[in-house]
Design a protein around this ligand. Structure first.
Ligand SMILES: [Zn+2]
Length: 250
């Protein structure tokens, strides 16, 4: 049975020596970044089959960069919300080891979180698919280069994961290691339906961790009966309350 008892969930987090969080688009909605797939999300404007696949980048890097420039513009205006800031505080207070995020928006880092694994890559770097060289965005500013080019002459790709592209091995290894080690696993602002990120809470559960789902709607993990707790509500409200309650007991 999935419990909705907030006090018990907080008690688990307080006692846990190793808590990690998996976050998704839901945590950035209150920063004004709609989920890609929501009615006002990016895929309502752009045809996903022309912009989201690795093959699209090989076909026409300029088309992809025009699209990515728009993405970057909306991201650079976005600010972390009180939920992001609360997660950073939890880390500072010793109640959270690391965040594994499916977001590429850089908002956890902007909020001050130090341990952030970017499961799907990021908007802060560019990568050459031919020689593997990685550049900071400032080094090949896409607002100055129509198509940023590597020293080797190949077009650079934004360093986030396109459909048809694998997750980086070091990212996978670190994430799954943490999932195996953790005592409490938080599922926040994600429906946990996208593979392989959705495997992480299940691996944690199998290794003995307790799962706490914090979402507006129960995630797939809760619907399938794996969560121990489901806390329903807005990310910003639940996380700021949680930090106050954790602080209160120090
Ligand atoms: Zn190169």
């Amino acid at each position: 049975m999935v419990s909705e008892n907030y006090n018990e969930a907080i008690e688990l987090i307080r006692k846990s020596k190793y808590t990690i969080a998996l976050t998704g688009a839901g945590v950035s909605v209150e920063s004004g970044l709609p989920d890609f797939r929501s009615p006002d999300g990016i895929w309502s404007k752009y045809d996903i089959s022309k912009y989201a696949y690795l093959a699209n980048f090989y076909e026409d890097p300029k088309r992809i960069w025009d699209f990515v420039r728009e993405l970057y513009s909306s991201y650079s205006d976005a600010k972390p919300n009180i939920g992001h800031i609360s997660l950073a505080k939890m880390e500072e207070m010793g109640f959270l080891k690391c965040i594994i995020t499916q977001n590429i928006d850089n908002l956890h880092q902007k909020a001050g979180s130090r341990c952030v694994i970017e499961f799907h890559g990021n908007i802060t770097h560019l990568r050459c698919l031919k020689c593997g060289k990685v550049y900071k965005r400032e080094e090949r500013d896409p607002f100055k280069w129509e198509v940023p080019i590597c020293d080797c002459g190949n077009p650079l790709k934004p360093d986030f994961i396109f459909f048809g592209e694998g997750i980086f091995e070091d990212v996978l290894n670190r994430s799954f290691e943490m999932a195996k080690k953790c005592e409490v696993f938080l599922i926040i602002g994600t429906s946990a339906e996208v593979q392989p990120a959705s495997m992480l809470p299940l691996v944690a559960k199998e290794s003995g961790a307790r799962l706490i789902d914090i979402n507006l709607k129960p995630s797939r993990i809760t619907l399938d009966g794996y969560s121990d707790y489901f806390l329903r509500g807005k990310f910003t409200e639940i996380m700021s309350k949680m930090v106050k309650d954790l602080e209160g007991e120090k």
